[in-house]
Design a protein around this ligand. Structure first.
Ligand code: BGC
Length: 447
């Protein structure tokens, strides 16, 4: 991060005072999603179920490669600044240098979507961070490293949150309230999941951030280890990184999500029951429908699911800045579509168990021609930046049961027809007749 030490001190002071006053419990800045993250154990937060605990050991290592070989800096190059980086005891040790601006030790290779794990230890008084998807170009501030940074600093601080380094845009993370996660003395385990526009971070097994990145932030670039510049009369300070490992994620990796057991009231409101349930983002663009131009933004939704013996419940919190129902065909209007493959057969044409259901912001419901709307109930409420669709689908629920599942958010930005569709899993436009590309939903007990 790159802000003055004074600002940092003020922010830390504010956080401490606010916590003492209990401000965060009722803060208008703390949205329901973040409250959910804070309220539930991290193991319940991941869309793929491997969120919690030690992400650098065991089966979760599948597909990971070492970014640092523990011996030398092969594969890395320094950009900006004169801080020093050397290998000591199997770790990369970065040391501040007098008069240096922020320095970065960067991977030679670029990464877009990935899961990154590393351990880090930092001196008190030194601000640090790990750049992801970052860039350095001769025509941008003479090679100034810029891009999203995952923050590293002593607690209470803003560790794990996302800062837009070198861009003047400041913090990407709108609220930064999570404390007591970073261990000031000793090593800290970070995990960063960058999957399309969704970035999730964990420190020592606790989820700190889960955010949809604004489209202006870069989507691919190097990983960079920051040693911050320091003031004249302080330092030198050190920061160390080790066990830096990465697993690249392909853009069509089949996604999995968990539904918790519970029976919500289907009223389009985020009842307490929903707060602990893991959420997923409709972050894959249906390419053949992507016709947005200029400032037009795609609509996306955060989606959670619950189940009981006879039903699947879904809650989609949609961001849509201009609601339109002008188009003739339902699928051309703003709305959310839910797809279920009840017997998990992944057939390439619809059987009796397969269904597509759609609800528009005005509450209008529709379905594909063969489907039965009597097996579907929905409710909608409008929000500041869009709308919420809550649905109930007839379906036999059971612990451990898996079904094929997908969600699609259609968006007419005001042109009188659909210009974007964002899906959770299947980036094709075929799910209304072919369920083979849908994601996997598993019913679990939950909390
Ligand atoms: C698709 C449309 C299709 C419609 C049929 C939607 O999910 O995106 O292209 O015509 O379903 O109901």
């Amino acid at each position: 991060m790159s802000v003055s030490i004074n600002k940092l001190k003020n922010a830390a002071l504010f956080a401490i005072v606010a916590m003492l006053l209990g401000v965060f419990g009722t803060s208008p800045f703390l949205n329901s999603n973040l409250m959910a993250q804070i309220a539930v154990p991290v193991t319940l937060l991941s869309e793929n179920g491997n969120a919690g605990g030690d992400s650098t050991v065991g089966a979760q290592d599948d597909g990971f490669v070492d970014l640092f070989n523990g011996k030398n800096l092969d594969g890395w190059e320094q950009k900006n600044g004169t801080a020093t980086y050397k290998v000591v005891d199997g770790a990369i040790l970065g040391r501040t240098a007098k008069g240096s601006p922020n320095s970065f030790l960067c991977t030679e290779k670029e990464y877009g979507d990935f899961e990154l794990v590393f351990e880090v230890k930092v001196d008190k008084g030194l601000n640090s961070g790990v750049q992801i998807r970052s860039l350095s170009k001769p025509d941008y501030k003479e090679g100034r490293v810029h891009g999203p940074q995952v923050e590293i600093e002593w607690d209470p601080g803003e560790s794990g949150y996302i800062y837009s380094e070198g861009t003047k845009r400041g913090w990407v993370s709108p609220t930064r309230t999570q404390k007591n996660v970073f261990k000031n003395e000793g090593w800290n385990k970070y995990r960063v999941l960058a999957d399309g526009p969704r970035i999730q971070t964990w420190i020592n097994g606790t989820c700190v951030e889960d955010i949809e990145m604004p489209a202006i932030e870069s989507t691919k670039g190097f990983i960079g280890l920051q040693v911050h510049g320091i003031k004249k009369n302080v330092g030198p300070f050190e920061v160390q990184w080790k066990n830096i490992r990465i697993r690249e994620i392909s853009s069509n990796e089949r996604r999995e999500m968990k539904a918790f057991k519970g029976t919500p009231k289907v009223d389009g409101k985020v009842d307490d029951l929903w707060l602990g349930v893991p959420r997923v983002l409709t972050s894959r663009s249906v390419e053949e429908i992507d016709e947005l131009s200029g400032d037009q933004k795609a609509s996306t939704a955060w989606v959670r699911c619950l189940w009981d013996e006879g039903h699947l419940y879904c809650l989609a919190e949609v961001t849509d800045d201009a609601i339109s129902s002008a188009a003739g065909d339902e699928w051309d209007r703003d709305g959310v579509e839910f797809f279920v493959d009840r017997n998990f057969a992944r057939t390439s044409s619809y059987d009796d168990d397969d269904a597509q259901y759609r609800t528009e912001p005005d509450g209008n419901e529709s379905t594909g021609s063969e489907n039965d709307l009597s097996t579907y109930k929905s409710a909608v409420t409008k929000t500041k930046n869009g709308y919420i669709v809550e649905v109930c689908i007839d379906l036999k629920g059971e612990v451990g049961k898996k079904i094929g599942f997908d969600v699609q958010v259609n968006n007419d930005p005001g042109d009188g027809r659909r210009m974007s569709a964002m899906k959770w899993n299947d980036a094709s436009n075929d799910t209304y007749f072919d369920m083979s590309g849908a994601g996997t939903l598993e019913m679990v007990e939950g909390n």
